[in-house]
Design a protein around this ligand. Structure first.
Ligand code: ADP
Length: 187
């Protein structure tokens, strides 16, 4: 899996790969509010991790979110058979009308996932490009929103040492690298 660039004194790594293979303490799932699995990254994570993840999601859903996990929020489970120890499940916004609200919801996904990781004492977290698949968020806009949210969080909270942004395709990574808003490069 190919590392492309680093930002923020090396704390943010941009790379190509399959997020289910990342050897970090937590990988983030682009879940849907049902927490019952789905396509894209969600399906790949449940397939790679095995049935334990869905069992935990169902318990969390029935105990805390009977109506589903709201957009922008995050919960944590174990990672089953994957190399990562935990999965942080967050629900991205479906792109469409209401630009500013969608951007705030997408930023909340990154902020709340990082906060949950930090509170859980996890030092490395890998994200897919949340909402940029089936949920239709343009990669150009998602790049700006996600990089701003990550930079703001890491600036005020030093507990997380490494954030990896994992892109499935070179094309997506290139669009991210042209549109991100990180202010400091380290390579
Ligand atoms: P959403 O429903 O939030 O849009 P998707 O799973 O449809 O989520 O897609 C989110 C992004 O993750 C897309 O850019 C997609 O290309 C990418 N993706 C899909 N599978 C993987 C994977 N195994 N590893 C990393 N990224 C992936």
């Amino acid at each position: 899996m190919e590392e492309l660039r680093r930002f923020l004194d090396g704390r943010v790594v941009i790379k190509l790969g399959d997020i289910t293979k990342e050897d970090v303490e937590a990988i983030v799932n682009a879940a849907n509010s049902s927490l019952m699995g789905g396509g894209g990254v969600d399906g790949a994570i449940h397939r790679a991790g095995g049935p334990q993840i869905l069992r935990e999601c169902k318990e969390i859903r029935s105990a805390h979110y009977p109506d589903g996990l709201p957009t922008g929020q995050a919960i944590i489970t174990t990672a089953g058979k994957m190399a990562a120890r935990h999965v942080i499940h967050t629900v991205g916004p479906v792109y469409g009308q209401g630009g500013r609200e969608k951007a705030e919801q997408l930023a909340a996904c990154y902020r709340n996932s990082l906060f949950l990781a930090a509170e859980s004492k996890l030092k490395s977290v890998a994200f897919p490009a949340i909402s940029t698949g089936v949920y239709g968020y343009p990669m150009e806009e998602a790049a700006q929103v996600s990089s701003r949210a990550i930079e703001r969080f890491l600036g005020s909270d030093k507990r997380i040492e490494e954030v990896r942004l994992v892109f499935f395709s070179r094309q997506d990574a290139d669009i991210f690298l042209k549109n991100h808003a990180f202010t400091s490069h380290s390579q």
